[in-house]
Design a protein around this ligand. Structure first.
Ligand code: SF4
Ligand code: SF4
Length: 118
């Protein structure tokens, strides 16, 4: 008589679980993990290229303020904007801790006035 289930249970009884202990232990990320978009306003030169390549309109550019705005609630972390940015002002970080009760915290834009164009 064979007991396939019993042998499987016995085999896995002393092996480590494949699942992690998140959130009590930090979850593993990889160099290719794409999650939270970060914007460095100090590097931005107001060229608006990021908004032109965004497939979801998560990135929009205001001619009035001279700044791009990123809506992380509809951003798919494709990285097109970061690739197009000539100044590396955009980073798609591996930080996936995006849960929040404040939607506004996912709207990223500059906090200062853009310089006047000549
Ligand atoms: S990562 Fe992709 S979806 Fe998100 S803002 Fe940039 S271009 Fe748009
Ligand atoms: S592409 Fe880069 S430099 Fe140009 S507006 Fe966007 S963030 Fe600024």
């Amino acid at each position: 008589m064979s007991f396939p289930l019993l042998s499987s249970v016995w085999k896995h009884l002393f092996t480590k679980p494949f699942t992690g202990k998140y959130p009590s232990q930090p979850a593993k990320t990889y160099p290719t993990t794409r999650a939270k978009l970060l914007f460095d306003q100090e590097k931005c030169i107001h060229c608006s290229l990021c908004s032109k390549v965004c497939p979801t309109q998560a990135c929009t550019f205001s001619q009035k303020t001279g700044w791009p705005t990123f809506d992380r609630t509809i951003c798919i972390a494709c990285g097109q904007c970061a690739q197009a940015c000539p100044k590396d002002a955009i980073e798609i970080s591996s930080d996936f801790h995006t849960a929040t009760t404040k939607k506004q915290s996912h709207i990223i834009t500059a906090t200062k006035k853009a310089p006047k164009r000549p």
